[in-house]
Design a protein around this ligand. Structure first.
Ligand code: SF4
Length: 229
């Protein structure tokens, strides 16, 4: 059997469950992905994305260095540039200088209302904090948004009304100890497969109850005490 030169522990980049991954490397090539059984979130389980979805790493089309357009866009123009020949590869220093110069140029020319930033759920809390700070303190704008506001808008409202806070109230590892689950507006098996696995285990091994409230039949309905379409 193939023996790895080294193993790298990391976190799955795909969904918010954040399963622990162990990358098996031979000659700097990832040939297998597993997960340790003592990982607190996924207990050694991985879904198909975390286990097999890493071939993109070696795609020749992958962007591995900063790119700057050969022909800059004119203000107000929105032209697409899908061909690689329309871009030139640059160093990180040049890319960061270019970005900083362009932001300052836009701010000086058009003012605070022309500035906006869209933060990322995949970035760390610290990175997102710094980004909003830069826009509020430096560019004097509150045009700060985050992808989580859109995809979690429904759950944020419901959680604030029910619990007074919009954050998750328990850890993923605690799901398996729940007595009752209500799933609404989610196809958990596809969106967060390992959480769905914990729910099924709680239902089958510990007698937990599941209520599913979604307009179409999803896989979890097979485990539900109540399905309310
Ligand atoms: S459930 Fe699947 S996609 Fe989500 S973090 Fe775990 S392995 Fe990755």
């Amino acid at each position: 059997m193939l023996q790895p030169d080294r193993m790298v522990s990391t976190t799955c980049p795909y969904c918010g469950v954040g399963c622990t991954l162990q990358l098996h490397l031979k000659n700097d090539f990832i040939y297998k992905v597993t997960s340790p059984f003592d990982s607190p979130v996924n207990h050694g389980n991985l879904c198909v994305k975390g286990r097999f979805g890493y071939d993109y790493i070696y795609s020749p089309r992958r962007v591995t260095a900063p790119l700057i357009r050969q022909t800059p866009q004119r203000p107000g123009a929105r032209t697409q540039a899908f061909d690689r020949s329309e871009w030139r590869e640059v160093s990180w220093d040049e890319a960061l200088d270019y970005t900083a110069d362009r932001l300052v140029e836009i701010y000086r020319r058009d003012g605070s209302d022309a500035m906006a930033v869209y933060c990322c759920a995949k970035a760390t809390n610290e990175d997102n904090y710094l980004l909003q700070k830069m826009y509020r303190a430096l560019f004097r704008t509150n045009n700060v948004d985050h992808c989580t506001r859109l995809c979690h808008a429904g759950s944020v409202t419901a959680l604030i009304k029910a619990l007074g806070t919009s954050a998750m109230s328990n850890t993923a590892a605690e799901v398996i100890h729940s007595d009752v689950f209500i799933v609404t507006g989610s196809n958990t098996t596809e969106n967060h497969p390992i959480i769905a696995l914990h729910m099924k285990e709680a239902i089958q091994k510990h007698g937990a109850k599941l209520i599913v409230i979604v307009p179409r039949r999803i896989e979890l309905c097979d485990y539900a005490t109540l399905f309310l379409p």
